[in-house]
Ligand binder design. Structure first.
Ligand SMILES: Nc1ncnc2c1ncn2[C@@H]1O[C@H](COP(=O)(O)OP(=O)(O)OP(=O)(O)O)[C@@H](O)[C@H]1O
Length: 614
């Protein structure tokens, strides 16, 4: 109640200054000391479900007084909640504008079409969460503060002022709107500025460079502010050119490495051709899971697909979860043409099209898994008893001494890995979908952990390529339980699980939490887990950046551009960081993780309900 009173008093004071003491034109619209802003729906005030003021929009009210942010931002609860202040099209002037920096949750500040003057305070550059800034059609003058420091900025509208000096080196690809026309800016337009057209820069007589037609003369300073008129090379330039040289060298070495690798891969392919999977069970089946591409190579080279270097396998075992899949017998499946989908650390996956049955399957050949046939069979049958709608069940499996095969339904919509890292470019993976994938995957994993804990069967190899998606971007956890069990040799766990941090005494269940944490980090940062960032893995990199309090820097630019809630992204990041704790014991259980993510998802849903135009 005290808070509510403070907020109300602050808003009334704020309006008093804006309106020169005249108050709101229509007294039934609130803004008085006898009602409350959220409960009584004051005009222009938007609140969330907890009655917290989020936005204040008083555009077009013909206010001719003073905008004084100290009236709002000195009240702790308002300063912590306010995200948008909008006062477009009044005739306001400003006072104590630098106090706005205390409202550091502000994402939108719109004061276009007023009578603000003087310089924009340096404190603006401290508004880390700012996304949209509209100061257009005022009389601001002087040099801009270093707004380029604000990494999430997507709109800067500053046209029709008297601003001077250089344009900061903004991250232009991030911007949706950029306009500095009709000002007194000078010097070169920074690199990337030509993403916006001439009209966004026009009427700044001393501005030069693309997209403007007037080229920059050989000024003493170039666009990066370096002195280029000096003869000879400066130390910085020597360093820079050495850097280029080193980068060039590394690129050449990488190309040589790739050429050698490709050559080796080609040799391996021909090798595969000769190692056609042969499954000679009691009914003497010869089968191949080689791609049709390879088959043609085989035929051309005169090697029979039916020939098998591994020779006949005695006492082979074929087990189907049902004896037929849509009328398809396992023998037919094994004979069908197959296309290699990918080769992972633990084997290869083939896409198999069974035309007669109208089915497409994904067959995983597992390599180097020293599990006995009977244990394998038992394990697969146990897994088959545990069903969850977001966990992809195997439809069949096969086991011999040489081979272990798992058959799944083929999922045509790719994986979280493909969606994030560029092979499904035309599909949007927005914040809401990422949060949904995170929450559903956590719930499905929690179910599996609970059901299979006694059996000691965790996923064992959880990563973004094993989270497949349907066309509504709902996730399916694939390959659950294919690898190590809790009771198995733990050294196998750390060798098979690329995400397993050292010291995971709680076995693969805690390893799954680590793997899940890395998937969250991939979805939040858009970065590949194996990509090294200054020599660190993704988890270490994120933790180090967050420790330096540069949290916003880690987020995927597309999420920032989309306007995803930073508060909720930070919330999910904190969960991810807990999951990738180097100490396995310190990691939360998947149940706790699922609960935490669901809380964020609920907040997101509530905010969607209360958002929308003011
Ligand atoms: N049922 C399926 N439907 C469609 N694509 C699949 C299916 N199962 C796996 N894939 C895809 O096939 C590719 C290869 O999978 P594979 O499991 O061999 O690779 P990986 O996950 O990178 O490595 P590994 O699991 O061996 O560590 C991956 O891109 C994966 O997303």
């Amino acid at each position: 109640q005290v808070d509510q009173d403070d907020v109300r008093n602050a808003l009334v004071k704020y309006l008093g200054k804006l309106s020169n003491g005249n108050g709101i034109p229509d007294p039934t619209q609130g803004w008085n000391l006898t009602s409350y802003p959220c409960k009584d729906n004051w005009v222009g005030v938007k609140c969330d479900a907890h009655f917290t003021v989020k936005r204040i929009n008083l555009d077009h009210f013909k206010f001719s007084g003073i905008f004084d942010p100290s009236t709002l931002c000195s009240v702790q609860s308002l300063a912590a909640s306010l995200t948008i202040i909008s006062l477009n099209e009044n005739t306001l002037r400003g006072e104590n504008i630098d106090e706005l920096a205390n409202c550091n949750q502000i994402t939108g500040f719109h004061i276009g079409g007023n009578q603000f003057s003087g310089s924009l305070p340096e404190a603006f550059a401290r508004l880390n969460n700012l996304k949209r800034l509209d100061i257009s059609r005022n009389s601001f003058s002087g040099v801009l503060p270093d707004l380029a420091r604000i990494s999430g900025l997507t709109e800067f509208s500053a046209q029709e002022n008297q601003l001077s000096g250089p344009i900061p080196k903004f991250d232009f690809p991030n911007f949706n709107t950029f306009n500095v026309s009709v000002n007194k800016f000078s010097g070169p337009i920074p690199r990337g500025g030509d993403l916006f057209n001439v009209s966004c820069y026009s009427d700044n007589p001393d501005l030069c460079g693309a997209p403007l037609t007037n080229r920059c003369k050989s000024l003493p300073y170039n666009s990066s502010g370096d002195d280029t008129s000096r003869k000879g090379l400066s130390n910085d330039q020597i360093l820079m050119y050495s850097g280029y040289f080193l980068v060039g060298l590394v690129v050449v070495l990488l190309i040589i490495f790739r050429v050698c690798k490709n050559k080796k891969a080609k040799e391996e392919r021909y090798d595969t051709v000769n190692k056609v999977v042969a499954i000679n069970d009691d009914s003497s089946i010869n089968a191949s899971f080689v791609s049709s591409e390879y088959k043609s190579v085989v035929n051309k080279s005169g090697v029979s697909v039916a020939s098998a270097e591994s020779g006949p396998v005695s006492a082979s075992l074929v087990v189907l979860t049902s004896p037929e899949v849509n009328g398809l017998k396992f023998e037919e499946l094994l004979k069908a043409p197959a296309e290699l989908l990918g080769r992972g650390k633990h084997g290869s996956v083939y896409k198999v099209i069974c035309q007669d049955q109208g089915m497409t399957l994904a067959v995983k050949r597992i390599k180097d898994w020293g599990i006995s046939s009977s244990d394998f069979k038992q394990r697969m049958q146990r897994l088959d008893q545990v069903k969850h709608p977001n966990v992809l069940p195997a439809v069949a499996f096969y086991c011999s001494k040489q081979e272990k095969l798992l058959v799944y339904e083929y999922q045509p919509n790719g994986s979280v890995f493909k969606l994030l890292h560029g092979t499904q470019l035309n599909q949007v993976f927005d914040w809401g979908s990422r949060l949904g994938v995170a929450a559903t995957t956590a719930e499905a994993l929690a179910f599996m952990h609970e059901e299979l804990h006694e059996d000691g069967i965790a996923h064992g190899n959880l990563k973004s390529s094993n989270i497949l998606l349907n066309k509504n971007l709902e996730p399916y956890i694939s390959e659950y339980g294919l690898m190590a069990t809790e009771n198995q040799d733990l050294s196998l766990v750390s060798s098979v699980n690329s995400y397993q941090a050292t010291g995971a005494s709680d076995g693969t269940f805690k390893g799954d939490i680590y793997g899940f944490g890395v998937i969250l980090l991939e979805m939040l940062t858009g970065k590949i887990s194996t990509v090294q960032n200054n020599g660190m893995d993704l988890a270490t990199w994120v933790v180090s950046v967050v420790r330096e309090e540069w949290t916003v820097e880690v987020f995927d630019r597309t999420l920032v551009r989309e306007g995803a809630s930073e508060e909720r992204m930070v919330g999910l990041l904190q969960i991810a960081i807990k999951c990738v704790n180097r100490s396995a014991e310190a990691r939360p259980s998947i149940n706790q993780v699922a609960l935490m993510i669901n809380t964020i998802r609920e907040e997101e849903e509530r905010s969607m309900d209360t958002s929308g135009p003011l």
